[in-house]
Design a protein around this ligand. Structure first.
Ligand code: B12
Ligand code: SF4
Length: 668
């Protein structure tokens, strides 16, 4: 929570709560995680705009504004505390529910009602209300009922009007509806999103910043809401303002990684100036920042774009590929995407050692289970993308698809909580049975993040982004497979509050809740252990090898081929030592050195290429325990296996934490 006291000497106190609401899971619990992955840029934007108002004192000298930031995706909102009147002091409380997407609208509505019932001033803004009202000009019943209850709705961007809205709120003269969609702000020198260091501690990486360097997109995809809210004419921030903010964040909070949230950075008219400025920061000022960004499929054709992106510190690009089926691309009016370009596109980024992550939508009218399976196979084996995010086609309010479906009276699910692109929300031509597309959706995640595909990706990855990809695999598998939620909406370790339930859902009894949570946590922890073992195995099989190690691997392959059977760890080690003995460039180690190598924690697993034998030994031991044949377990085997596992696990943890390649080389 950020709390900034601006003018403590005077009595008129205004508490401003900027709250990013989460959504509900299918059982009605609020989705909150112990640690998040991606912070909200909208919250950072409004924090910066508020700071600007505070600095310029536009609310008047007598207003003491205290600002509190909350992100419900990573923390519980202290609703009762916010609603409680402060004793002995007359103060005004303003609650802004910010960046409310369609899937978060039911949660935002529940929060708004609770705050209104305590007499607080409440405003809601973000893509749901902005998108819906910019396409359908009639106010729908759910928004109308909020207006009737005294909630103010803000449609559009507020860079030029935030101060005016706050003045109205403080003066008690808020209008029911503010509409700025046709009055899009110029962003060139507007305040850059700021990070709240206390809030950032709730995220896995607290060195992570977000900046929207520009807004809007010139294309015209039918499922897209962005063009109807932020427009098709790009508006951009100046490269110098961005550089100043990066310098300041680096100096004060050591922020060294950014997500440039522009929907299409390649169409930002300032891209080259921004890259040049970043190159200067990195090469002349030794400010070593890196970033990821979203781009379109044609970006690799822009002269210098890929090359300068790499030099500017780009490590990952998120590409709006959406489909490789030309018919589906036509369905979505995404005519700029040509499936023939995809191989060249991925290749161009691979050569620049920037990892690629594509967005892929399932459920277009021409998609069938068979065609999607075929597309998935091409995505993995022919185009060879390094990461993929799957989305179920969703008629988001604010998109042309939604408008046309509403006009035709087509079926659309009435529950906005499901509009998170992981649920079926409409009829899908070739997936007529309810749940069919959803099942395939989960299958797509399982297939893409299957062991063999991840292994192939890592074996082909450059050492520059090996760990970035491996860490993303851990995040993605944890979210999509263990939690069965979209990774972009998921953090690590789900938290649940018994009372923070969707309105209308009965609150479970304490005992029932405790039983359910214990079971869930046990299953989750089991899943995490399996996941970490899988990732360890993946690392053992794919970690970058030194030239000496590569030679030995070749030698071992030769031995494999000649003996025609799987070798045990002991045999592999023997082969390795034999190979060492016969390689003239390597020194033959003394007996003492060999003994040391065997028991040295940081050396031993350099000779292990798989966990298979360790796991096989564990499973034998477990079988014996299950059959009560404890005497059949050799204590020596047990402890040797335990030691080997400990060594391998420690090395993996060490390599993970330092994310360094060098120490993994064998003998140089
Ligand atoms: C970056 C981004 C993300 C990031 C970070 C989220 C974030 N908000 O920063 C990540 C990757 C996590 C993400 C995830 C998802 N996202 Co997203 N995301 C974006 C993106 C590209 C940029 C967001 C941004 O920074 N915009 C700039 C800010 C400043 O604009 P803004 O949010 O509209 O806020 C301005 C105004 O609306 C207004 N405002 C907003 N709130 C309030 C409140 C008050 C009181 C006032 C006065 C004003 C006000 O002031 C702001 C400044 O002008 C947008 C598209 C876009 N161009 O905005 C999609 C977008 C918001 N995401 C979208 C979706 C669907 C998702 C996911 C559900 C996808 C998924 N299945 O995983 C998840 C949900 C995650 C979550 N828990 O929120 C949709 C939402 C559409 C909708 N109607 O629901 C969008 C619009 C993209 C799209 N496909 O159409 N997203
Ligand atoms: S390219 Fe992306 S941002 Fe642009 S219109 Fe299409 S979906 Fe929207």
């Amino acid at each position: 929570m950020m709390c900034r006291r601006t003018n403590q000497s005077l009595g008129r106190c205004t508490q401003l709560f900027l709250i990013k609401p989460s959504n509900y899971d299918d059982d009605g619990y609020v989705v909150t995680h112990f640690r998040g992955v991606l912070p909200s840029n909208t919250l950072n934007c409004l924090a910066a705009l508020t700071q600007d108002v505070v600095n310029k004192k536009t609310l008047g000298e007598d207003v003491d504004l205290q600002v509190h930031l909350f992100d419900e995706t990573v923390q519980k909102i202290p609703v009762e505390r916010i609603c409680r009147p402060t004793r002995g002091r007359k103060e005004q409380k303003i609650v802004c529910l910010v960046g409310v997407q369609t899937n978060q609208f039911p949660r935002a509505t529940d929060l708004a009602r609770r705050f209104r019932s305590a007499g607080l001033t409440v405003l809601i803004g973000g893509f749901h209300v902005s998108g819906y009202l910019s396409m359908i000009h009639e106010i729908p019943p759910d928004i109308q009922s909020l207006l009737d209850e005294g909630v103010t709705i803000v449609k559009g961007e507020v860079e030029e009007t935030w101060s005016e809205i706050l003045q109205d709120a403080v003066g008690g003269r808020l209008k029911p509806l503010y509409d700025f969609v046709d009055d899009k702000p110029d962003l060139f020198t507007k305040p850059i999103p700021i990070l709240d260091t206390r809030l950032m501690k709730r995220f896995v990486a607290s060195n992570f910043g977000t900046i929207d360097c520009g807004r809007g997109c010139p294309f015209n995809c039918s499922f897209c809401t962005i063009i109807n809210v932020q427009g098709r004419k790009m508006r951009v921030r100046s490269a110098e303002t961005i550089a100043d903010a990066i310098r300041e964040n680096w100096r004060r909070n050591h922020v060294d990684f950014y997500f440039f949230t522009d929907d299409n950075f390649a169409r930002n008219a300032q891209w080259e100036r921004i890259f040049d400025t970043l190159i200067k920061l990195r090469e002349q000022e030794q400010i070593d920042v890196k970033f990821m960004m979203q781009v379109d499929v044609l970006c690799y054709k822009i002269k210098n774009f890929v090359d300068k992106a790499r030099r500017a510190g780009c490590t990952k690009v998120f590409i709006g590929m959406e489909s490789i089926n030309p018919e589906s691309l036509k369905d979505a009016a995404k005519t700029q995407n040509k499936a023939e370009d995809y191989v060249n596109l991925i290749d161009a980024w691979r050569k620049a050692e920037v990892s690629t992550h594509v967005g892929y939508i399932l459920g277009f009218p021409h998609d069938s289970e068979e065609s999607l399976r075929h597309d998935l196979d091409r995505l993995m084996n022919e185009i060879q993308v390094q990461q993929a995010s799957f989305f179920i086609l969703t008629p988001l309010p604010g998109s042309r698809d939604h408008l046309e479906m509403a006009r035709r009276g087509d079926y659309m699910d009435a529950d906005y909580n499901k509009y998170d692109s992981t649920h079926e929300t409409m009829h899908y031509s070739n997936f007529s049975e309810p749940g069919h597309l959803q099942r395939f959706y989960h299958e797509a995640w399982q297939t893409f993040y299957g062991f063999e595909n991840m292994k192939r990706i890592l074996l082909n990855a450059s050492p520059r982004n090996y760990w970035d990809i491996l860490k993303s695999f851990i995040w993605y598998k944890n979210a999509a497979i263990l939690e069965r939620r979209h990774p972009m909406m998921t953090g690590f370790f789900r938290r649940k509050s018994r009372r923070a339930m969707r309105s209308g859902t009965p609150i479970p009894g304490r005992w029932r809740f405790l039983k359910m949570r214990s079971r869930e946590i046990k299953d989750y922890l089991e899943g995490v252990i399996k996941l970490l073992w899988e990732m360890q195995e993946l690392w053992l099989q794919t970690r970058p090898r030194s030239p000496a190690e590569q030679r030995i691997t070749q030698e071992m392959h030769r031995i494999y081929a000649s003996v025609q059977r799987r070798l045990t760890v002991a045999e592999v080690q023997l082969a390795y030592h034999q190979a060492r003995l016969h390689l003239p460039t390597l020194k033959v180690p003394s007996k003492l050195a060999l003994y040391w190598q065997r028991w040295n924690l940081f050396y031993a697993n350099r000779r292990v290429y798989t966990r298979a034998d360790i796991d096989q030994n564990w499973s034998r031991i477990v079988q014996r325990i299950r059959r009560y044949k404890l005497l059949g377990i050799s204590p020596l085997r047990f402890f040797v296996n335990l030691w080997l596992d400990f060594q391998v696990t420690t090395m993996f943890a060490y390599a993970f934490l330092t994310s360094s390649q060098e120490e993994m080389s064998l003998d140089g």
